[in-house]
Design a protein around this ligand. Sequence first.
Ligand SMILES: O=C(O)c1ccc[n+]([C@@H]2O[C@H](COP(=O)([O-])O)[C@@H](O)[C@H]2O)c1
Ligand SMILES: Cc1cc2nc[nH]c2cc1C
Length: 338
Amino acid sequence: MTAFRSPEAFAAALAELTAPDDAAIAAARARQAQLTKPAGSLGRLEDVAVFLAAWQQRERPVLECARAVIFAGNHGVTAQGVSAFPASVTMQMVENFRRGGAAINALSTASGLELSVVPIALDRPTADFTQAPAMSEDDCLEALNLGARAVADRPDLIVVGEMGIGNSTAAAALCARSFGGPASAWTGPGTGLAAEGVARKIAVVEAAVRFHADAPATAFESLRRVGGREIAAIAGAVLHARRLRVPVVLDGFITGAAIAPLFAQNPRIVDHCIAGHRSAEPGHVRLLAAYGLEPLLTLGMRLGEGSGGALAVGIIRAALAAHQNMATFAEAQVAGAL
Ligand SMILES: O=C(O)c1ccc[n+]([C@@H]2O[C@H](COP(=O)([O-])O)[C@@H](O)[C@H]2O)c1
Ligand SMILES: Cc1cc2nc[nH]c2cc1C
């Protein structure tokens, strides 16, 4: 399966986004209006049920096959001392995911999610993007297509997650390139840099933005130049999910930043996305505000690996349980509003 055969095919897919199903939205809203509660009293749970109805194209959406997918990649920019951890941790954490010992293993089980781990060429880190494009066109296309493959069987919902030491630097560079603003507005401690390390990281993001300033401002070129393999895979997964009308739950700052260059080209890209949580990484507040997305949870998490997205699926399941299982006023013989 090759969803994106060329940078042009990727751009064309981004230009032609599917729309939510208006009939399913109307049917789901009508059902919500009949359930035994004052109108609107379940707050965002009602919106979540209607959102899933819109993308699954049915009045009563389901989460029988819900999947968390973690893409992993290595980053040449780690040579600049931008992370509190060594790059070797990326591969070691992939092994931990496989053995079942990571937070995402526990949280995806707790939320009834199938878990898929997709390491991408970990033995070939991207180039240091302060000095060269992170990836070749072919490598970027391959990563986009690996992302698309993770949703090709049309699960009922997908949570996107990532693992990649150094990738909060790539995420900051993608945000700065896509939205502008000073590098300092998008750059934070990541895995736990102290103030001096954050200052160095800001200079690295500034250098990256400067180095690529004259490159075409397309989503593909931004992903290729200052992204990473796991970041491009997330972009490919989100875009292909849209083609298949699979709703997406975003995780933290890095999964959000993966679609920043797509948003700059077509802001409708966030319409089939739920922000699972708001990460403690400072740039995430600004990013979610730019997208107009209100996170479901704010728990001070900043782990990545899909953990906040997985946790939000518990809320989404509750929203669907209420939508599916509550009695209507007529069924329960409860009087409606005066
Ligand atoms: O999801 C987030 O908001 C988040 C915030 C900070 C760090 N992370 C995780 O930590 C790694 C990136 O941090 P760093 O410092 O190595 O750039 C990567 O593996 C992410 O999954 C994730
Ligand atoms: C231990 C560790 C686990 C992670 N999971 C996602 N990013 C991570 C970064 C580190 C350092």
